[in-house]
Design a protein around this ligand. Sequence first.
Ligand code: GLU
Length: 556
Amino acid sequence: MNDFEKLAQLLFPDISATTQDYADKYPPRPLPEGARVTRFAPSPTGFMHMGNLFPAYVSKLTADATGGVFYLRIEDTDKKREVKNGVQAILEGLQAFDILPDEGAAGEESETGDYGPYRQSRRRDIYRCFAKELVKNGLAYPCFCSEEDLDELRSKQEEQTVNKGYYGQWAPCRNLSFAEQKEAVRSGKTFVVRLRSPGDENRRIVFEDMIKGKIEMPENIMDIVLLKTDGLPTYHFAHAVDDHLMHTTHVIRGDEWIASVPVHIQLFKVCGFKVPKYAHVSPLMKDEEDGGRRKLSKRRDPEAAVSYFIQEGYPKQSVLEYLLTLINSNFEEWRRANRQAPLSSFPFNLKKMSASGALFDLVKLNDVSKNLVSQMSAAEVFEAALNWAEKYDETLFALFSKDPEYAENILSIDRGNKKPRKDIAKWSEIKDYTEYFYDELYAPSFDLPENILPADAAAILEAYLKVFDTADSREVWFEKIKDLCPKLGYTPNVKEYKDTPEKFKGHVGDVTTVIRIALTSRQNSPDLHAIMNLLGQQRCAERMQTAFEFFKSVNN
Ligand code: GLU
């Protein structure tokens, strides 16, 4: 046994498995040529940022487009950052938007797939085995420096204005003899395991990022920590071992990781692993009021949280469609040409992703969503809204559950025709949208447009109350309203009004507006005939009577 081998045995007496054992346990995946294996590898911090969901979706699309595998790995070696139920929060975020992993962590405890465990905290021995192998080959070493030693090192580096860090001549434990190492271990000194970096500060690495293109950076020269004093790996080391054993072909992640690529590529090479392909996704951006742009921020923007979209009740399809518009600029064109096609048939292309940060624009998302919701059937909207309300809106849930047929009838208005209304973007808007159909919610307030006087509104309602019948056909209903016009100083003919406005108080549209306000307290609403039909004769009569009295009293 040479000294390196002895050192390996000294540091890891408990590790008997070899890296070959793991290679045998996790053989190459039986996938067709060209299939890409991608992963989402979050830390379970309890908060899922849209900026994480975004690359996760890109990872899934990449795997799906090639018949590959997309898996979920939980990077929980930093115990300080971990929160209770953190995995659940991640899974909920993914599930809410159908970004379902093919394998990996599947619950706070459970998981699926042959390449696990998928939680780094459960892979301790695997990392220790790979660290042992590196030590055995002289590629890693124990570092016994205390925090104070490191502080001292840093101050010296500061004095001499050299790069800070543990490297080359600034790495005192790099060249300890075996006798010294043995002595330190025997005396119970704690240690970390560091990489013996083969980097040279005069050399540069070049790699081809699939989104950003060719990137050149200085080689890593730091003897980075692989195992911490508690024996758990650092993120850098753990992810390299994992991506190797789980056969990740494409590492797709936020571009805040670009700076770490020199370390990562070096680690893969030192360990003898095939270097994966990289695709670094630019952050989602937000327009500033002053015209500038900044990153979507957890602190400042509620929409940075994936949970926001769940709580607001955005249909998952809307969010995915919107994200796709950001992911591939040809998506919208494809969508126009393939209106009914499932999203999975979109020919996604990783290389078509923009290298600069996409603007995350809620107004655009709302438009995408309104469009999509307008295409849904009343039954679908009802079902989805009910599901959402069960968790997030008790009142709406109670109203919808009490009379599903009535709710569906409300949602049917102006739906299923050629030009459906586009007023609903998310389920949290439905209560307001349907409010006047429910006496429990409805709080009348009668605001007239400026061109209609209360006295005229009262006169319109007084006359209409005598003739209306909610059972009338649409034609008869409209005829009756038109019939009222001349007697009240209005014209049934909009064109006539436009030509000679001085002859009238207004036109039939104004008369309808008064009726609409009396019944719904709104100047705009879906089809009034359908609304009246649903409200029924008695409720319409009562509401118009109330409004009539109100306008009359204003007048007096
Ligand atoms: N655990 C890292 C994170 O929280 C993953 C980085 C990577 O995907 O390599 O973002």
